[in-house]
Design a protein around this ligand. Structure first.
Ligand code: ADP
Ligand code: MG
Length: 451
């Protein structure tokens, strides 16, 4: 299959060629002809399968006819995060080199003035996050009657981030005669309801079962004790010995841990950066740019900050924490193995992650192998983490200590642990004297009224 068979305009085709794409991805091949027929489309495909081009390319072809009017954009693309919106804008610049389309990017963290000016001049395409779009609308700076094509991208993330009411509102502000294109990696019931309400006789395209993982990603689990210094050590060991590692994204569940881990890696001499929701727009963009150009090969990130980022050729994804939400696992590891490349996804698993891990394996419909590298088979808590694989009862902790991989790993000596722990040691450090743990009975107190 080649791009030229899809019905795209010559201008778009030459831009695609210049972008270096030799053939369309499955979602592109299946969606583009229907978009060009002006049908509503629901496109379900995993992260990294090229969904952006499946709506931007035909959109450019469609918009070649006609002109933009002041404050009345002709098309609207909704994205859940500022980064994703900025990325789609970059893509439009790339695919639209032969066009004179005006693209307005309406995202938070940037002044309204610039954005207003763009809108006043007349934008062919508006790319926006839902909140910022509604802000502009309420300020009377934006009229939505002229929108002919509406794209709701990354719908599952919109759902995660609580944007569904905003999307419903926006959909009801745009003429019913519009064409609506809808893209998501997964299809939750709430999303189904949205498409049932706002799309007309849509063509549904699903290129892979929802929530499946890309086959070009090799996935592996590494056991660790449930201890941050231990987890960081396991991570560093892996980072150092991973031969084919070019660049890596390391995911943490909490943004607080993003900063802690980032500082720890830096302290241990790794070139690392961090990406979390508390950073302002400019620093996030700068960080991303440094990662993209390879100046910073390791990026520690939270789910919200990293979702859907267009970073080609990430060789490794690390789950420093097992995600609580199984679908986040799919999204995280979708950062590697993109567009047919191979990738590796490593997940550090502690005994308390059992339930989350089971949920992930159920969702992706397969069991993930434990690393067979002996370096990582030495955690004294292994038998709790992976009881079945070792054929031991999870209660037989003491016997595991002497048998695991023939190696006995003791807790690191005191000095090493303190070096490792960047938090200053307060009081008696992590040694808790017995007397402090003994239960004490307190005299009964009256309940405070303030509570
Ligand atoms: P999705 O939105 O499905 O997660 P993207 O649209 O962000 O994925 O695309 C993922 C990556 O694949 C991007 O780096 C993009 O440039 C690249 N890509 C898209 N289409 C093609 C193609 N036809 N051939 C090669 N690479 C492509
Ligand atoms: Mg996308």
């Amino acid at each position: 299959m080649s791009f030229s068979e899809l019905g795209l305009s010559p201008k778009v085709l030459s831009a695609v060629e210049a972008a270096g794409y030799s053939e369309p991805t499955p979602i592109q091949a299946q969606a583009i002809p229907h978009v060009l027929e002006r049908r509503d489309v629901i496109g379900i495909a995993q992260t990294g399968t090229g969904k952006t081009a499946s709506f931007t390319l035909p959109m450019l072809s469609i918009l070649e006819r006609g002109r933009a009017r002041a404050r009345m954009p002709r098309s609207l693309i909704l994205e859940p995060t500022r980064e994703l919106a900025a990325q789609v804008a970059d893509n439009l610049v790339k695919y639209g080199v032969n066009h004179k389309m005006t693209v307005a990017l309406l995202i938070g963290g940037v002044s309204f003035d610039e954005q207003d000016k763009k809108l006043d001049r007349g934008a062919d395409i508006v790319i926006a996050t839902p909140g910022r779009l509604l802000d502009h609308f309420e300020r009377g700076k934006l009229l939505l009657q002229g929108v002919e094509v509406l794209v709701i991208d990354e719908a599952d993330r919109m759902l995660d981030m609580g944007f569904i009411p905003d999307i419903e509102r926006i959909c009801s502000l745009i003429p019913f005669t519009r064409q609506t294109l809808f893209f998501s990696a997964t299809m939750a019931p709430e999303i189904q309801r949205l498409t049932d309400t706002f799309l007309q006789n849509p063509k549904q395209i699903e290129v892979a079962p929802p929530s499946s993982t890309v086959s070009t990603v090799s996935q592996v689990l590494i056991p660790s004790q449930n201890d941050d210094w231990k987890k960081r050590e396991v991570l560093r060991r892996h980072l150092k010995q991973a031969e084919d590692l070019q660049n890596a994204i390391i995911f943490c569940n909490r943004k607080r841990d993003v900063s802690v881990l980032f500082r720890s890696l830096e302290k241990h001499g790794f070139m690392a950066g961090a990406l979390h929701g508390d950073m302002d727009q400019r620093s996030r963009m700068m960080m991303l740019e440094n990662f993209r150009t390879g100046r910073i090969p390791i990026l520690v990130a939270s789910d919200v900050a990293a979702r859907g980022l267009d970073i080609p050729a990430v060789s490794h994804v690390y789950n420093y924490d097992v995600p609580h939400n199984a679908e986040d696992y799919v999204h995280r590891i979708g950062r590697t193995g993109r567009a047919g490349r191979t990738g590796t996804a490593i997940t550090i698993v502690t005994p308390k992650d059992r339930v989350s891990l089971d949920a992930i394996q159920t969702l992706i419909g397969k069991t993930i192998d434990w690393s067979d590298d002996p370096v990582f088979a030495t955690s004294p808590d292994d038998d709790e983490t992976k009881p079945r694989e070792r054929g031991r009862k999870s209660s037989s902790r003491s016997s595991a200590k002497s048998t695991a991989g023939g190696r006995k790993e003791k807790r690191a000596p005191r000095r090493e642990r303190e070096e490792e722990n960047e938090a200053p040691v307060v009081g008696m450090g992590d040694h808790v004297p017995d007397f402090l743990l003994r239960p004490v009975s307190l005299p009964k107190q009256k309940k405070s009224k303030v509570a």
